[in-house]
Write a protein of this length. Structure first.
Length: 411
């Protein structure tokens, strides 16, 4: 392949299609307690064992009445009280009302709750306004969820919007897909683990650190194999070890065309490799393939390139392997370029940007500055990618561009 000829490079859409068409969700499941289910993916549909609410109850503080007894306009004496957790259970005489509080069960025979703001209390009883109709301020049993109704399908990621609902149904255990096991390592003699002193010519291994953080957010079980030196046997051993214990292996570095990059050769010996150079910037070198049992993704060595390819390619791959059928790509919107953007045609460019709303209520976006693939600070400064089309050139101030908002992995 001519690495200078961008027409030969695989597009991002082509790469994603090839990857996702080859993988299927891992079948292994497990039962976990609801308190331990945050971030997990439902492995089967969930139906409600009860109705929600389980009984008709009051939506207001007020008075439970039989609506036909209000026609005379006479005051109704208070026959008793109903509270949440302490319902009214006594005999309820005709032409009386019951003081009721929000959430209290509706007394037998009541068909209306009049809120206290529509009531006037006197020594003779309670008089109500004319603006009263049958059924008002009553929450019916099963109004939210019917018993036996579908709550969530399989493939839903459980979080703060889902777990409290399941708790309200009395569900204490749930069947979820087993957490994806991901083995990670970085390659290169120049890399030093974070926290260790740097030697001459060394840099910190920030790629593995960033990948680990993103994997944690995706709910993966991480197997960290550290830094592997530029030695063929050491790299082969790392791949074999990772393949034996993981569902997915992610390496950083060693996927370009340098003399010390042994990854391609070893992968071809150990499995099947689709070794691609992609028409995206940053992140042109990216590898995907299958070892004997585990899938493999090889990220570029430059920090921004590694983070970008993980975000755009590995994130959806993990979602599919994990059974997360509800995963969607990050939101893209139109914005006005507030700064000049330098670009050459040939590759889809993901520049880091800062979007805001201008005084006219329009979205506009500024560049974070230098867009080199080593400038990781652009992620901490930005809140979006400026997505510039493959054949587009430089952008002038005022032109319309597409932006992709950072999701939780980068926000």
């Amino acid at each position: 392949m001519d690495y200078c000829n961008t027409s030969d490079l695989l597009s991002l859409e082509q790469a994603l299609t090839k990857m996702l068409s080859q993988v299927t969700p891992l079948p292994a499941t497990e039962i976990v307690e609801l308190t331990d289910a945050a971030g997990r993916i439902t492995a089967s549909a969930i139906t409600s064992p009860i109705a929600v609410p389980p009984f008709a109850n009051s939506a207001m503080d007020g008075y439970a009445v039989r609506c036909n007894e209000l026609s005379s306009g006479m005051p109704l004496p208070v026959a008793g009280k109903a509270f949440a957790g302490a319902p009214f259970k006594d005999e309820w005489p005709a032409n009386t009302c019951i003081r009721i509080m929000t959430g209290a069960p509706i007394p037998q025979g009541a068909d209306t709750v009049v809120m206290q703001e529509q009531a006037v209390i006197s020594e003779q009883g309670v008089t109500f306004s004319d603006n009263v109709h049958i059924g008002q301020n009553i929450r019916l049993a099963g109004e939210d969820i019917q018993q036996g109704a579908a709550v969530f399908p399989a493939g839903v990621k459980l979080g703060a919007a889902q777990l409290p609902l399941l708790a309200s149904l009395g569900i204490v255990e749930i069947t979820v897909f087993r957490a994806l096991k991901v083995a990670i390592f970085s390659t290169g003699d120049e890399l030093q683990p974070v926290g260790q002193p740097l030697g001459e010519g060394q840099i910190y291994d920030t790629n593995r650190f960033a990948v680990r953080l993103m994997l944690q957010q995706l709910g993966c079980q991480i197997i960290d194999l550290g830094v592997i030196r530029d030695d063929q046997q050491a790299l082969r051993s790392a791949f074999e070890q990772a393949d034996a214990v993981a569902d997915l292996v992610i390496s950083s570095g060693g996927v370009s065309v340098g003399e010390a990059d042994y990854t391609k050769q070893i992968l071809e010996e150990l499995g099947e490799v689709g070794f691609w150079t992609l028409a995206i910037k940053p992140g042109k070198p990216f590898a995907f393939g299958k070892l004997k049992r585990a899938w493999f993704c090889g990220l570029p060595g430059n920090p921004v390139s590694a983070a970008l390819t993980f975000y755009q390619l590995v994130q959806p791959l993990i979602a599919k392997l994990s059974g997360h059928s509800g995963w969607r790509p990050p939101l893209r919107l139109k914005a006005i370029a507030a700064t000049k953007l330098k670009k050459s045609p040939g590759r889809l460019d993901f520049q880091r940007g800062i979007f805001t709303t201008n005084i006219h209520g329009e979205l506009e976006v500024h560049t974070t500055g230098h867009q080199g693939s080593h400038v990781f600070s652009s992620f901490s400064q930005g809140n979006c990618f400026i997505v510039l089309e493959r054949e587009r050139g430089s952008v002038a101030i005022g032109e319309t561009v597409e932006i992709e908002l950072f999701n939780a992995l980068l926000a």
